[in-house]
Ligand binder design. Structure first.
Ligand code: PGA
Length: 246
């Protein structure tokens, strides 16, 4: 499938942000905009686990989809503090982010663990948003392509396809830093993911995407949307990014 035939996805990753009242308002605001416009992309919100039901209710009946930020590989059991893919599906999720660099760094998640989580997502009929990306040290050492190639091969389960998987390229040094990768840097990595990844899979860019740079990022070859952190916490800014898909 040619990239022009791939419907982009703009996914908001709220990370560990948000209390009930404000978050309900933000989700309702995004849902209302989505209801009343002709969308040129899919839109998802991935709130922290405590807000999943609040956001599920706020976006009900709108085109906005719900996503989790992580899942455990097992469907249920003695895993205090964890959430399974089945639980996410049960509460109304369509997506789950797995292998975000913050989880790889904070919780020591390896490619093998991420792959199990993505497989769990598939088992629960969720779309796994599998995150990969190099650190600044890896880029400076000239290892970017080697690192993302290894992460892609190690983190994506064998049965992954365009219908059940999204790949998010997020250079670690660009996340939350205000330092966006250049078009050439994004293009190089996305071309590699397009060549090696599942056929027709959506490839998102993430890392300081915002209302100002979204149009340029989305114009880079093989960029099929964005995973948006900080800028997804403001409805106006997030919506400008959604509208940049036109
Ligand atoms: P950022 O985060 O947009 O705040 O850089 C992106 C992400 O980590 O998904």
């Amino acid at each position: 499938m040619a990239d022009k035939d791939i419907r982009p996805l703009i996914a908001g990753n709220w990370k560990m942000n948000g209390l009930k009242q404000v978050s309900r308002g933000l989700a309702r605001d995004v849902a209302e905009r989505a209801r009343t416009s002709r969308l040129a992309c899919d839109v998802a919100i991935c709130p922290p686990a405590t807000l999943l039901s609040v956001v599920a209710e706020a976006i009900e009946g709108s085109p906005v989809a719900l996503g989790g930020q992580d899942c455990h590989p097992e469907p249920a059991g003695a895993h205090t503090g964890d959430t399974s893919a089945e639980m996410l599906a049960d509460i109304g999720c369509r997506y789950v982010i797995v292998g975000h660099s913050e989880r790889r760094a904070d919780h020591g998640e390896t490619d093998a663990m991420v792959r199990k989580k993505a497989a769990a997502a598939h088992r629960a009929k969720l779309i796994a948003i599998v995150c990969i990306g190099e650190t600044l040290a890896e880029r400076d050492a000239g290892n970017t392509i080697a690192v993302v190639t290894r992460q892609l091969a190690g983190s994506v389960p064998e049965n992954a396809c365009a219908a059940n998987t999204v790949i998010a390229y997020e250079p670690v040094w660009a996340i939350g830093t205000g330092r966006t990768a250049t078009a050439a840097q994004i293009a190089e990595v996305h071309a590699k993911i397009r060549a090696d990844g599942p056929a027709g899979v959506r490839i998102l860019y993430g890392g300081s995407a915002n209302a100002k740079n979204a149009r340029d990022i989305l114009a880079v070859p093989h960029v099929n949307g964005a995973l948006v952190g900080g800028a997804s916490l403001k409805a106006d800014e997030f919506w400008t990014i959604v509208e940049s898909c036109r």
